[in-house]
Design a protein around this ligand. Structure first.
Ligand code: SF4
Length: 499
């Protein structure tokens, strides 16, 4: 889970990138970085922390140039150390690069590079991609690279690199500064682009275009790379194409609701998910059973609105989120975890006490935070608490850049195992057993997951739903599983206790 922005043909590009990065801070709070190019000079600045913590005004002024790449990081590969922060830079040829996603054959690429005496300085998985590309560009041509040299090098890179990635970079091609934006062959991770006058923007989410007043022009196709130069039409090149499999979790949880992804409004998709959940809930329950529909803020708000409209029960805010509360890290005991949650999310007693509450949330991954939320809710003495989750149970890890890569961390998997249910996807009876067991664990009177069929109706087959149905678009090797376990164990010491 990361976010990037690229700009070309813009005065004070670093300042603009800084603004856009703040609009996608939700995609990564671990580190931030900006790299610029002015003539033959590349400048780069990156560190651990939030965007506003990493950059001062003077630092942004130092980052001169009309083209820039920026990045916010949440580590799903590597250990999240300072060395792993993006963007990365190659001196020969001069390229700055940033990505969002997971490269699943890091060790294989590292070996390929070592055979060419190219060494890495981090565990960040975009660094080997950069060096494969740089080495492929320079192997035949020594300088003055043209677009054919770069396309040929990209084809080599796409043959070597496997995984889910969107990538943005800037380099000199055909004598002019050029920005390129690419997506993996299945377009799993998001990438869009837009225009303002002669300038171009590339970004993980369309909200970056909104804040900088760019017009959304489109989305990168599977396996496509697009080249942008100021004042010219973009050049689209298909490098290595498979069927599209865009990540549904972006719509369920991760992306901002005001973003559009691959022609879908995230906000409207969340409304559809809430409506579908309500229809399903009404098959087992009646609207008389609940007095109020309350979202777990912020992601679930649109779905809670649609749920309330569909069942005909009022929608209210039940929690106030403290915008200024700092990040909470994994805490040693239950008491400190509860205090940290209350600081972040305080319940509104007038909407809860004595009422039959329908709580709506996006997903259950590890279940820890949701359990604490229901405990906090119970302190206000509701008559009953029903829980609706507008996605199916997460029963498979994600290896493509969302922070749920270990099966042992997925609470639905652990419960299925304890219930003796061995299946990639729990069918109706088994699903009910899982819902009942999880409801008891979470301290709620009932739990309803969105069905897999309802999810399939909302999202076309052009979407990845592997964490729900186990149908992975990119094959995962045992070696990669070992690496990811090592990395995640190291990262667990540092990252916030999300989900
Ligand atoms: S496995 Fe799930 S979270 Fe990962 S890319 Fe696919 S849909 Fe998204």
């Amino acid at each position: 889970m990361c976010g990037f922005v690229g700009l070309i043909g813009v005065q004070n590009a670093s300042h603009e990138v800084y603004t856009a990065l703040q609009s996608i801070q939700h995609r990564g709070q671990d580190s931030a970085g900006i790299a610029t190019k002015k003539g033959n000079h590349f400048r780069i600045s990156k560190d651990l922390g939030l965007v506003h913590q990493v950059f001062s005004q003077s630092e942004l002024q130092r980052l001169e140039g009309t083209c820039a790449v920026g990045h916010v990081r949440y580590p799903t590969a590597g250990t999240g150390s300072r060395e792993d922060t993006q963007p990365f830079y190659s001196r020969r040829p001069g390229i700055i690069i940033a990505h969002n996603g997971n490269i699943i054959n890091f060790e294989e690429i590292k070996k390929y590079l070592l055979e060419r005496s190219i060494y890495l300085s981090s565990r960040c998985d975009v660094e080997p991609v950069l060096h494969v590309l740089a080495s492929a560009v320079t192997v035949e041509t020594k300088s003055n690279y043209n677009i054919d040299d770069v396309i040929k090098a990209l084809r080599i890179t796409y043959d070597i690199v496997k995984g889910a990635f969107s990538i943005v970079g800037i380099m000199n091609i055909d004598g002019v500064d050029t920005m390129f934006l690419g997506r993996d062959p299945s377009a799993i991770r998001p990438a869009c682009y837009g225009r303002k006058g002669d300038s171009w923007i590339a970004a993980s989410e369309s909200v970056c275009l909104d804040v900088l007043d760019f017009h959304l022009e489109g989305y990168v196709e599977p396996g496509e790379v697009i080249f942008f130069t100021p004042g010219r039409e973009p050049v689209h090149v298909s490098i290595k194409k498979k069927s599209a499999r865009h990540c549904v979790f972006e719509h369920i949880y991760f992306a901002r609701p005001d973003s559009h992804m691959d022609n879908l409004s995230v906000y409207h998709t969340r409304l559809d998910l809430g409506k579908a959940l309500a229809k399903q809930w009404l098959q087992k329950h009646s609207s008389e059973e609940i007095d109020v529909v309350i979202p777990v803020p912020d992601t679930s708000r649109p779905s809670a609105i649609a749920f309330s409209e569909t069942v005909g029960v009022v929608h209210r805010e039940g929690f106030i989120k403290n915008r200024y509360s700092p990040r909470t890290f994994i805490m040693p005991d239950q008491d400190s975890r509860m205090k940290a949650l209350k600081l972040k999310l305080n319940p509104i007693d007038t909407e809860i006490t004595g009422k039959n509450v329908m709580l709506i949330d996006d997903s259950i991954v590890r279940g820890n935070t949701l359990k604490r939320i229901t405990q906090v809710l119970r302190t206000k003495n509701p008559a009953s608490v029903h829980l609706g989750i507008y996605s199916p149970p997460v029963v498979n890890p994600c290896y493509y850049g969302i922070d749920m890569s270990l099966k042992k961390e997925l609470i639905a998997c652990n419960f299925l195992e304890n219930l003796g249910i061995i299946s990639q996807w729990p069918e109706k009876g088994d699903l009910e057993k899982l819902e009942n067991a999880l409801a008891e664990f979470l301290g709620v009177d009932s739990l309803t997951f969105l069905s897999r069929d309802a999810l399939f109706e909302i999202f076309s087959e052009n979407h990845c739903m592997a964490c729900f149905d186990g149908n992975y678009p990119v094959e995962i090797t045992d070696d990669y599983l070992k690496i990811i376990e090592q990395d995640r164990n190291a990262v667990r010491c540092r990252v916030p206790d999300n989900f």
